[in-house]
Design a protein around this ligand. Structure first.
Ligand code: PLP
Length: 400
């Protein structure tokens, strides 16, 4: 039997990510990803051992202190308190402990929020190029995904295009800042204007249009700048966070949905989010991770070191002739492919043991994305490969 026969609905969701999954499952990276001498920039996965503090915290909090240690846990009150305090300090908004709904990562937070605020037929706007799974998650709830392209020059939100895409069926807009894959941090001015547009549209259509603010990279911003969250400018924002990026442990699932203090109908939302987490299949975080939050909330990958890797890589690539913008946040670089066919260029890089993600699989044909979770040795080893590949591309280009 095929998946279409077993579950046509799930098969349809899979088609929204089929370019990505085809590449993930059958590219040369898949066959060669464990080879010792490759440079792996493909995904935001760790390429070195985890933070020692994280391992210590897991060990410490795995030791049961009472009989309920591993009982069902929805939201541990102590964890809610710790998170609300830290989040309030980071965002400059006073979040209440009961408004922190702990989830199994941003993945769950997004799925749950779309489930809570949409009815079948409602529209949810998202920005292209998107994170791979938005479209499928929206369709999963019977809602209609509406794609709005970013401003191609600045990588900022295209506010006019967003305004034009809003209809009476619009329920929400997903905003991802710092942005994967562009590295853009949307500035306060953009967020203020966005807030005006959404307030006007909410009034015009007689119902709230929400922002689902997908912020898993909010602590990975460079140049010492603080991160402006849409929640600061628009109270009808569901703030979604995951610890998977800041700690670089994406397989350990913990994050949260936070409700800003001046959001209306908060108690109804708390109840609905709890129910959606329950019926989504216990989308709460693992007990040990909730116990450990007191320690892991303080930890982070070395952001200065990531900034150094970003600067080193951007400088080296530009010197070799690549066209690449300096990302303001996240651990990704978005680079223009020297060949129009980014898949062909990715193949070329592979010949030099360098693995990157082709833009064609995330709505950026003609580009590729690299993840700076690659370790220092991989970066040093890859530089001659990048140079050889662009030279080869120029030769091929001249022949055409
Ligand atoms: N949103 C964006 C933009 C992401 O890049 C990711 C992970 O890659 C997620 C959400 C999901 O994060 P997590 O797997 O930590 O829940």
């Amino acid at each position: 039997m095929t998946i279409e026969q077993v579950s046509p609905r799930i098969a349809r969701l899979l088609t929204t990510v089929s370019p990505f999954l085809d590449f993930y499952n059958s590219s040369k990276w898949r066959q060669r990803r464990h080879e010792p001498n490759i440079s792996d920039f493909l995904l935001g996965n760790p390429q070195e051992m985890p933070l020692p503090g994280f391992v210590d915290a897991l060990q410490r909090w795995a030791e049961p202190q009472n009989k309920d240690w591993f009982a069902y846990q929805d939201y541990q009150p102590e964890a809610q308190k710790i998170i609300s305090k830290s989040l309030s300090a980071h965002r400059g908004i006073e979040f209440k402990p009961e408004d922190i709904l702990i989830t199994s990562g941003a993945f769950a937070g997004l799925a749950v929020m779309i489930a809570v605020i949409t009815n079948p037929g409602d529209e949810v706007i998202f920005i292209s190029p998107p994170w791979f799974f938005y479209e499928g998650m929206i369709l999963e709830q019977g809602a209609i995904p509406v794609r709005v392209r970013m401003d191609e020059e600045t990588y900022d939100l295209d506010l006019e295009a967003i305004e034009a895409a809003i209809t009476e069926s619009t329920r929400a807009l997903i905003v991802n800042s710092p942005n994967n894959p562009t590295g853009k941090v949307y500035p306060p001015e953009t967020l203020k204007t966005l807030s005006k547009i959404l307030n006007q549209a909410s009034q015009k259509y007689g119902h709230a249009i929400y922002i689902i603010s997908d912020e898993p990279y909010s602590r990975i911003v460079f140049g010492g700048q603080s991160f402006p969250s849409p929640a600061k400018y628009y109270p009808n924002t569901f703030l979604i966070y995951s610890y998977g990026k800041t700690l670089l442990v994406p397989g350990q699932r913990i994050g949260y949905i936070a409700l800003p203090p001046n959001m209306l109908e908060k108690s109804a939302f708390r109840e609905a989010i709890f129910a959606a987490q329950l019926f989504t299949g216990w989308a709460f975080a693992n007990a040990i991770l909730q116990h450990a939050i007191v320690d892991i909330e303080k930890l982070s990958i070395d952001i200065e070191h990531y900034q150094e890797k970003r600067d080193q890589m951007v400088m080296a690539l530009r010197k070799q002739g690549y066209d690449v913008k300096l990302p303001e946040g996240t651990f990704y670089l978005l680079v223009r492919s020297p060949l129009k066919d980014d898949m062909a260029f990715i193949d070329l890089l592979t010949d030099y043991d360098v693995f990157c993600l082709p833009g064609s699989v995330f709505e950026m044909p003609g580009y590729f994305r690299m993840s700076l979770t690659a370790n220092d040795e991989m970066i040093a080893r890859a530089l001659p490969g990048f140079e050889a590949a662009i030279n080869k591309a120029q030769e091929i280009g001249q022949k055409i």
